[in-house]
Design a binder for this molecule. Structure first.
Ligand code: GLN
Length: 378
């Protein structure tokens, strides 16, 4: 067959955004801000372009930016990464994830994922001949049963992919989850790919527990993060992968042929902008206000608001409103009520339908107000 991914279509995010545009609906489906990034950051990009930084960056990334990333990780998690040899700048979180999987997953290797799962993990594993083993976290609380996870581990397990905070459920891992994970991987050579792109969007004074905080996990982990989420610039496509030198050396063998290097003036601008910690320390507060505004606006509707501990996504259970499956409901919502969302079943391989949809609240006040008004009519 011609196709290497015959079961894969266009991502749900592109599909729902297209449906939103066709129907002139408010687009709370794909996760991206509809407001401008800080003008200081945009001016910095302009500055570096005009100063003549328009040629290839070093393959692993600009050192100034990597030093700021190392400083941020050390301050937040007391973990040390060598900026030169252990941090690689990537074209967004997704490319880092793709490269990490491409680097380590071989034919018949098993990879454990947690669903609801971001949609790129599984096809990428399959592309390299790996076999996905999945644990389904379920509504309403999306807890992980670590005994069940342990049963998924075999001699073939090469990697565990975590997404913390979890897109789409907004669930964060707790100390207890991390301790259970340590028990599972210690005495094995299982690698961890930890997608922490929403690490700085954590609510109600809770703490993000990064994988790198625990030496027994850090040594086997590839930590992925994204500036798109951190500074409201998803279209710039810049992220990074932090991993011990031994893993980074292998990662870069693939990275150099995949993208080679990433946008030079933007890396310089991000490096400069990151010197001020306030630029990212205020993010949780900023998004908590948006989350609370949306939740308050929907409190009197028949939607059930599931917990949202982090990320910029709110999960809504709608079984008191409709008995349609979540795909049909999300389409109907877009076409008839002009609000686009993402059906949760698209984050599960077996399309588990629990009548839950995802709304993105990384939106202007005015956008959220209009969405609340439309959803209140249901
Ligand atoms: N991460 C974003 C989301 O979950 C979108 C990513 C994408 O469109 N590829 O909506």
């Amino acid at each position: 067959p011609l196709s290497k991914l015959s079961n894969v279509g266009t991502t749900i995010f592109s599909q729902m955004t297209q449906l939103a545009n066709e129907n002139e609906a408010i687009n709370l489906s794909q996760g991206f801000p509809d407001f401008m990034p800080d003008s200081e950051l945009m001016d910095l990009v302009d500055h570096f372009i005009k100063k003549g930084f328009n040629q290839y960056a070093p393959m692993g990334g600009m050192i100034g930016l990597k030093e700021e990333i190392a400083r941020k990780i050390e301050n937040s998690h007391q973990a040390i990464y060598n900026p030169d040899s252990e941090i690689t700048i990537t074209a967004g979180g997704t490319q880092a994830i793709f490269t990490a999987i491409a680097t380590f997953v071989k034919k018949d290797d098993e990879v454990i994922i947690f669903e609801p799962a971001y949609d790129c993990y599984e096809p990428t594993v399959e592309l390299f001949g790996g076999i996905v083993k999945r644990f389904e976290m379920k509504a309403p609380d999306y807890e992980i049963d670590w005994n069940a996870v342990k049963n998924l581990v075999s001699a073939q397990t090469k990697m565990i992919i975590l997404n913390n905070p979890n897109n789409p459920s907004g669930k964060i891992l707790k100390e207890n989850d991390i301790q259970e994970l340590i028990k599972i991987v210690e005495k094995t050579s299982i690698l961890i790919l930890s997608d922490e792109v929403y690490e700085n969007i954590i609510f109600d004074g809770k703490q993000h527990i990064s994988i790198c905080k625990y030496p027994e996990l850090k040594d086997r982990s590839l930590l992925v993060a994204s500036f798109g989420k951190l500074f409201h610039v998803t279209g710039w496509k810049v992220g990074y992968c932090a991993a011990p030198k031994m893993l980074t050396d292998e990662f870069r063998k693939i990275h150099q042929f995949n993208v080679f290097s990433v946008n030079t003036p933007i890396q310089l601008a991000l490096g400069e902008y990151m010197k001020n910690d306030d630029h990212y320390n205020s993010l949780s507060q900023f998004f908590q206000e948006k989350r609370d505004f949306l939740r308050k606006g929907l409190a009197n509707t028949s939607f059930e608001l599931l917990d949202c501990e982090g990320t910029y996504f709110q999960a809504l259970k709608y079984d008191k409103i409709s008995d349609k499956n979540d795909f049909e409901f999300a389409s109907e919502l877009t076409v008839n009520h002009k609000v686009a969302s993402v059906p949760f079943s698209s984050f599960y391989k077996n399309k588990l339908n629990e009548n839950v949809i995802r709304l993105c609240f990384a939106k202007k006040q005015e956008t959220l107000e209009r969405a609340i008004e439309n959803l209140s009519k249901l």
